[in-house]
Design a protein around this ligand. Structure first.
Ligand code: NAP
Length: 306
């Protein structure tokens, strides 16, 4: 593949930026990759493992002469970073982000983007519960979706170029409106994370009663919750604070369904439970058929748990 952007600046050097650096190198998509992070420790680790070609002390230095700038910091930090880099952006450059919420990022970043610079928000639907400069890997985006959320008036050529980059990093790409993005993600990612956090919290309360049996006999259902609930606290705090409306809407619906199932259990309505679980099983099949997960038992772990 050929170089798509001569110089790429990564602001933030965690899981997503690190994976982008690996994937861009794998595809030969960037002439030079420059990176920076808030803490000296992260910059030192990133430089030590050659995560990028050059590590700078500040974001202002990193964006100098960059053709693509990627904001890969928690959603709540995007506005502050945009303020810092704005005076140093090259005319004709593209600023994008990878934040998990889109409306709030647009509101925080767009006002700072100078004329002549493209701002094209994005969100790769790929991640793990790990974070930091050593957590990234080149395959993270392979066959995963990346949603591009162009703001009004964005030049098509600039969007196409960013789309090419994501495809070069292994992603499938769709274009979506910001509010729709935030609602879809509230259903597919944000509310499930909140439920996982809650379930692990409940089990932890119980653990005090059962003296660590919860951990010892931890079966797949609970283990999967704990994996999700191990995700970065800052990132997820920001997701809920900035995708408030959509998350509350989906949580409201979730609570209603939960009450309906609770009632079915109380009244012994096996038919309702069976129908419900038959329907949800079909949804799982759809995800596997779409190539978005493995159908190996226990996600291919080979464990004995159910
Ligand atoms: P991460 O591994 O925790 O890395 C975050 C980076 O942002 C670090 O380099 C950190 O610097 C920097 N940072 C944190 N707070 C900052 C602040 N207040 N000002 C400036 N820099 C700050 O996070 P990540 O998983 O790559 O997530 C980055 C973005 O991608 C987030 O917006 C998240 O919503 C989005 N995203 C995440 C996932 C996922 O599953 N993880 C998936 C898709 C999108 P230090 O190391 O120096 O603290």
């Amino acid at each position: 593949m050929s170089v798509i952007y001569q110089r790429v600046a990564l602001i933030g050097l965690g899981l997503i930026a690190g994976s982008m650096a690996h994937a861009m190198r794998r595809g030969g998509l960037a002439g030079e990759i420059v990176g920076t992070a808030r803490s000296a420790e992260t910059r030192k680790v990133a430089a030590g493992i050659n995560l990028v070609d050059r590590v700078t002390e500040t974001a202002a230095e990193a964006v100098k002469d960059a053709d693509l700038i990627v904001l890969a910091v928690p959603v709540g930090a995007m506005g502050g970073v945009a303020t810092e880099i704005a005076p140093h952006l090259k005319p004709g450059a593209t600023v994008t982000d990878v934040g998990s919420v889109k409306r709030a990022v647009i509101d925080a970043v767009q006002p700072h983007i100078p004329g002549g610079v493209h701002f094209i928000p994005g969100h790769p639907l790929a991640g793990t519960e790990h974070s930091g400069p050593t957590s990234g890997f080149a395959e993270l985006f392979d066959n995963r979706w990346c949603l591009i959320v162009p703001v009004e008036g964005t030049e098509k050529a600039a969007t196409d170029r960013l789309v090419d980059l994501w495809k070069g990093m292994g992603s499938n790409v769709d274009v979506m409106d910001a509010d729709h993005h935030d609602l879809v993600l509230a259903v597919t990612s944000h509310t499930p994370h909140l439920i996982a956090y809650t379930m692990v919290g409940v089990a932890d309360d119980l653990r005090r009663v059962t003296d660590s049996e919860v951990i010892k006999y931890s079966a797949a259902g609970f283990r999967d919750f704990t994996r999700i609930a191990a995700s970065d606290p800052t990132m997820w705090r920001d997701v809920f604070l900035t995708n408030k409306e959509a998350t509350l809407e989906i949580l409201g619906r979730f609570t209603e369904e939960l009450f309906a199932l609770q009632r079915a259990i109380r009244t012994g309505n096996g038919e309702l439970l069976h129908d419900y679980f038959t329907h949800t099983r079909a949804i799982r099949r759809g995800i596997i058929e779409a190539g978005q997960d493995t159908d190996a038992p226990d996600f291919g772990r080979g464990g004995q748990h159910t």
